[in-house]
Structure formats: structure tokens, C-alpha cells
Design a protein. Structure first.
Length: 253
């Protein structure tokens, strides 16, 4: 914890009212702000420059109650262990201990999945993520191709999978000879297919409409129908997806 009067550093963690707060410099930020890192389960104080980190610290101290309330709203950490079941695009998937390394395969007969090689005891979420990413990439590539065709987009965007902490997806338009790209959270594979497909359609619509105006939502509804149930699901159940694989102390770190 930095003493009063000392210069703070990007990435430094300080304690405020019993919470561990991470300091972050973002040159694209226009102002001092606070956000909650749902994966690491910690508040983040953001400043547009290194010299303004002290302002971010002061702002975080003033908003200590807000930070505590937001952390309390997070879903409790969910540790996975061999034998547990998760959903992959709405289909059940059992985490099996057998096998040398994680491998996702269809179970014979019933259309469910088996993720083998998970080991005994608590499962490393990174191993699970690597195994599920392959399936997620296949499904999302198919859906993006379908949505782009429906929208009349001739050049399909590059697809990237990540574990975004603040959003489920993002779209970067083509520029300066570089193709457009869409980034989606791999955790969407743990959501129902219709919900995950809505996010893919949402980002594809941004290839045509950059903002969330009426024209944008008209495109989204043409692709997936009424978006409200899917957005509501992400609001209520999304925190649980981020909590999967988290464990440890009050903030999961």
C-alpha cells in the first residue's frame, strides 16, 4: 500500500476501506473513473495519465461505499471439480477426470458433451477454457458468417476470443487496409445458444451501424428477433458466468 504523498504506479494495488483497489492508467480515458473487474473481483480506479493517479485514488476513497456495494452484488465464486456439469451453448457437459489433457467430445447417444482430462479435485478454469474455446470458435464462426450474409457484409470480420471483464463482445471496424474484427468472450459458450447468438449478431450489426440508435436495433431484430430476453438473461445470469472458476478470498484473488 502506497503511503500518502508517494507517487502511485500503473497496476499498483492499494487498500481502501478493506477493499483491494487496482490502479490503472488508460490514455484513452477522458476522465477519472471507477469500474469493477468481475473476473478478479476487485475495483479498478482509472486515470488518463500517470500523474493523475493520485486523483483516481482520492476519487476511489470518496466512493468506498459504492465499491463495496458493487463487490457485494457479484455472484459468489464458483469452483469447478471433476464430476460437475456445465452447459455448452445450452447442452450439458460433464467434467470427467480421465484422460491426460482436457478434451471436449460428444458423449455417445444423447448429444451431451464430455470434457475429459480435468483431473481429480478442483478444476483449473484455464484448462476448461482452452478446451471449450475450440467449440466456441466453431460455433461463433458459423454464426458470424450467417449474420454477415444476412446483412450483406461481404468481407467477414476476423474472430477473436477472450475473457473480457467489462463486456461480452466488441467490434472493431475495418480501417487503413486492416479487416474488421469481432471479439467475443469465451464464457458465452456457457450461456444458452440463443443468448450467445444474440451477442454475435449484436457485434455483426456494428459492422454497419457503429452506434446503438434505432437503425442498429432494427438490424439486430432482423437477425435474432426481440433482443430483450437475451439482454435480460445476461443481466441476471451473466455474473454467474464470470464467477465460474473463481475461488479464494472475498475478492477471489
Amino acid at each position: 500500500m502506497a503511503l500518502f504523498g508517494q507517487r502511485h504506479q500503473d497496476g499498483e494495488r492499494i487498500e481502501i476501506a478493506g477493499l483491494t483497489v487496482r490502479l490503472s492508467v488508460n490514455a484513452r480515458a477522458r476522465r477519472i473513473s471507477l469500474r469493477i473487474d468481475r473476473v478478479r473481483r476487485e475495483p479498478v480506479a482509472v486515470a488518463p495519465s500517470l500523474r493523475r493517479l493520485s486523483e483516481a485514488v482520492a476519487f476511489a476513497r470518496r466512493r468506498a461505499d459504492w465499491m463495496a456495494e458493487r463487490i457485494a452484488e457479484l455472484a459468489p465464486p464458483i469452483s469447478l471439480k471433476a464430476g460437475d456439469e456445465v452447459q455448452i451453448f445450452g447442452q450439458p457437459c460433464r467434467l470427467a477426470p480421465d484422460g491426460r489433457r482436457p478434451r471436449l467430445a460428444l458423449a455417445p447417444g444423447d448429444g451431451s458433451w464430455i470434457l475429459s482430462g480435468c483431473g481429480v479435485g478442483r478444476v483449473d478454469i484455464q484448462l476448461v477454457a482452452r478446451a471449450i474455446r475450440g467449440r466456441a470458435r466453431t460455433v461463433f464462426a458459423q454464426r458470424i458468417a450467417c449474420h454477415c450474409a444476412a446483412l450483406g457484409v461481404l468481407a467477414e470480420p476476423a474472430l477473436r476470443l477472450g475473457d473480457a471483464r467489462g463486456r461480452w463482445g466488441s467490434c472493431t471496424p475495418a480501417r487503413r487496409g486492416r479487416p474488421a474484427s469481432i471479439r467475443l468472450s469465451w464464457r458465452l459458450a456457457l450461456a444458452p445458444f440463443e443468448v450467445a447468438d444474440y451477442v454475435a449478431a449484436h457485434e455483426c450489426a456494428h459492422l454497419i451501424e457503429a452506434h446503438h440508435g434505432p437503425a442498429f436495433w432494427t438490424l439486430v431484430r432482423a437477425l435474432v428477433g426481440d433482443e430483450k430476453p437475451h439482454r435480460a438473461w445476461l443481466t441476471t445470469e451473466g455474473p454467474r458466468l464470470h464467477a465460474i472458476g473463481q475461488h479464494g478470498g472475498p475478492q477471489g484473488v
